[in-house]
Design a protein. Structure first.
Ligand SMILES: [Ca+2]
Ligand SMILES: [Ca+2]
Length: 410
């Protein structure tokens, strides 16, 4: 028998069995332990040096100043860089959100508390720091803002660092560290993200006003205000939609509802919702992330992490009390902060039959899988995306799975 007959025969044989992609479970989450009692917040993978940076908060001044953890993404070893007080009256700097600029330097928003540890929670001062990855030095950037409350979100978009305080959006030149502009946008935002499919759209959510806004970075005005969200927090963008994590629960907590990710159509600004499989015991979705394979990830404050892939709607349970920020690291993994357990969680995304990540399962995906046929991770023809069932081999099973989902469109 020649090879192609064997191939077709095997295809027919395997088709008799129900085969599907391999779904990750809660047991597949790996954990990296951080110093006990620390509270990991913002997290960002840096492709310039293969390090992952984590804002390490201590929650209370009794444990000292906050730190920036620099984790080697391969070896998992880390070094801590302590933040210093930069203001006479406000001490105990605690880091919150993290972003990486065009040079690979790390920007972290910081809040400090007034001298004594037990001050009113609103009596704090925010600033932003730049951590230089070569010199390992931390530079404090003073923000001349009319309000003391402050710099909560940070994102890198269109060659600028953007940060937001109570009502002000600030644009910073990341090379000279100078402030290029500051606008009163009327809403306070915890999360903002630039739309990389557009040249001038920065989206941010406001949990206090239940709106999501689009700030036009050319005209420097809020161009769209979309209403009707249930405590919107994290935002993510792809070519068609803006995804918004809806936190849902107000005090007193009412457990057991499904989380929702609201979805804004970018052309007509209508909103619909994707429902997660989660049980919310504390609070609902916190952050969202669209990875480079097309998966939509979310975390919530009930220590769940979940993912919508082309064919799956998964919820996994992590250790700790809350899952917060996420970042995509190489090899289709997501790292996320586990608050209440001082760990970083790591989960590898579900494979999809959309092997080339173009949003549909077509003949191209079958061709790509066939070209990697017979390969293993050491092989020259190895393509990990084509190993759809994650058994470290591109076999007839992978081809059958892709064929099974032929025609599926995201
Ligand atoms: Ca495809
Ligand atoms: Ca396989």
């Amino acid at each position: 028998m020649n090879k192609s007959i064997i191939f077709l025969f095997s295809l027919l044989l395997v088709s008799q069995f129900i085969v599907s992609v391999q779904s990750p479970t809660s047991d597949d989450i790996k954990y990296l332990e951080l110093p006990s009692n620390s509270i990991p917040m913002g997290i960002a993978y840096n492709p310039k040096n293969n390090m992952t940076y984590v804002a390490l908060n201590w929650g209370s001044a009794v444990y000292g100043n906050g730190e920036i953890a620099e984790i080697n993404t391969t070896s998992r070893t880390y070094i801590l860089y302590e933040l210093e007080s930069w203001h006479l009256d406000y001490k105990y700097p605690m880091p919150f959100a993290v972003a990486i600029d065009g040079d690979g330097n790390v920007w972290v928003t910081i809040r400090s508390f007034k001298n004594t540890p037990n001050q009113h929670p609103l009596d704090m001062l925010w600033c932003i720091v730049k951590f230089n990855i070569e010199s390992k030095t931390i530079e404090y950037i003073p923000l001349s803002l009319p309000s003391l409350r402050g710099s909560e979100t940070v994102t890198f978009y269109n060659d600028y660092i953007w940060t937001m305080n109570k009502e002000y959006l600030t644009k910073i030149d990341y090379i000279t560290n100078t402030i290029e502009g500051c606008w009163n946008v009327s809403f306070s935002g915890y999360f903002a993200i630039g739309d990389n499919y557009s040249n001038d759209s920065l989206w941010f959510s406001s949990i206090t006003n239940n709106v999501v806004c689009m700030f036009n970075t050319t005209t420097n005005t809020v161009e769209e205000i979309i209403n009707g969200f249930d405590r919107p927090l994290g935002v993510a963008v792809d070519k068609d939609y803006v995804y918004v994590a809806e936190n849902h629960i107000k005090e007193p907590y009412e457990p057991i509802v499904n989380g929702t990710i609201a979805r804004i159509d970018k052309t007509i600004y209508t909103v619909d919702r994707i429902v997660t499989n989660s049980i919310i015991t504390n609070e609902g979705p916190y952050s969202v992330l669209k990875d480079s394979y097309g998966n939509l990830w979310w975390t919530d404050n009930s220590n769940n992490i979940g993912v919508f892939s082309l064919i799956e709607n998964l919820t996994l349970n992590a250790i700790g009390s809350y899952c917060y920020f996420m970042t995509e690291v190489p090899n289709s993994s997501i790292w996320f902060s586990c608050v209440g357990s001082a760990h970083i969680g790591e989960i590898t995304g579900p494979k999809t039959p959309d092997v080339n990540s173009d949003g549909k399962v077509s003949i191209a995906d079958i061709v790509i899988t066939i070209s990697a046929f017979g390969s293993e991770p050491e092989s020259e023809t190895w393509n990990s995306s084509a190993d759809v069932n994650s058994d470290n081999r591109v076999s007839i099973t992978d081809i059958v799975i892709v064929i099974n989902y032929f025609g599926l469109v995201l």
